[in-house]
Design a protein around this ligand. Structure first.
Ligand code: VGL
Ligand code: ZN
Length: 204
C-alpha cells in the first residue's frame, strides 16, 4: 500500500477494519473469495495508525443462534432481503477474528448484529437504519473527521459502513487493496463501488 498518510491527517483519522472474521475467510461459513487477502494490508496500515496514536476500530458480526438473517430460520424473505447461512454466531470459532489479524493496534472492538430480530451490516447503524452501534459517538468524541475503511465484505458491511460514514459527515476513504466482496447477487460488488463513488467515497 503506498498511501501517504500525512501526520496532521492522522491526528483526525481513524482506521475501521470491518468483520475480518473466520466465517468470512476461506473455509468459513460465509467465505468471501480471497477474504484473507485483506489482512496483510490492514495490519500494515493499522501499525502505522497506532504509531501515530490514531484510533483503529475492528468490527465483529456477532449474531445470536437463530438470528433473523439466517436462512435456517426458514422465514419468508422480504423484497430485496438476502438471507445467509448461519455465520458469526456469538462465541463460536467462526465469529473470532482471523488469527493473522493484528489486534495489538486495535483501540475499540464494535460488535453488531447481536439483536435477534434486526440484522446489522453497517458499523454505525443496524439495518433498521436508526439503532446506533455507538461508533459515531466514539469517533466524534475523539475528534475524528476522516475514516479509512477496509475488510469484508465490499458489497455488504463495508458498503453500508461507508455510506453511513458519508451521511454522518466523515471524509471516507475506501482501501481498495484491503477489501473483498461476496458478489451475491452477481454484480453487487461493482454496484456497491459505483454507489460509493457517487456518494463521495474516495478510492484509495
Ligand atoms: C456480512 C453478510 C451477512 C458482512 C455480514 O460482513 O459483509 N455479510 N453478515
Ligand atoms: Zn451477518
Amino acid at each position: 500500500m503506498n498511501i501517504n498518510f500525512e501526520k496532521p491527517d492522522l491526528m483526525t483519522s481513524a482506521l475501521i477494519e470491518i468483520d475480518v472474521q473466520n466465517d468470512f475467510c476461506p473455509g468459513g461459513a460465509l467465505a468471501v473469495a480471497e477474504g484473507g487477502k485483506v489482512i496483510a494490508p490492514l495490519n500494515e496500515i493499522a501499525r502505522r495508525f497506532a504509531a501515530a496514536g490514531a484510533p483503529v476500530i475492528a468490527t465483529q458480526d456477532w449474531h445470536p443462534a437463530g438470528h433473523c438473517s439466517f436462512a435456517s430460520t426458514g422465514k419468508k424473505t422480504a423484497e430485496g432481503e438476502v438471507l445467509w447461512p448461519d455465520h458469526c454466531v456469538q462465541g463460536t470459532a467462526g465469529a473470532d477474528f482471523h488469527r493473522d489479524l493484528d489486534l495489538a493496534p486495535v483501540t475499540l472492538i464494535v460488535r453488531k448484529g447481536f439483536r435477534p430480530a434486526i440484522d446489522s451490516y453497517s458499523a454505525f447503524f443496524e439495518n433498521d437504519r436508526k439503532t446506533a452501534t455507538g461508533l459515531a459517538a466514539y469517533l466524534n468524541g475523539l475528534g475524528v473527521k476522516t475514516v479509512y475503511l477496509g475488510g469484508l465484505a465490499t458489497d455488504y458491511c463495508v458498503f453500508f459502513s461507508a455510506m453511513d460514514a458519508v451521511k454522518l459527515g466523515f471524509t471516507v476513504y475506501l482501501l481498495q487493496d484491503a477489501v473483498r466482496g461476496v458478489n451475491y447477487p452477481e454484480g453487487s460488488v461493482e454496484k456497491a463501488l459505483d454507489t460509493m463513488k457517487s456518494a463521495g467515497v474516495v478510492m484509495a
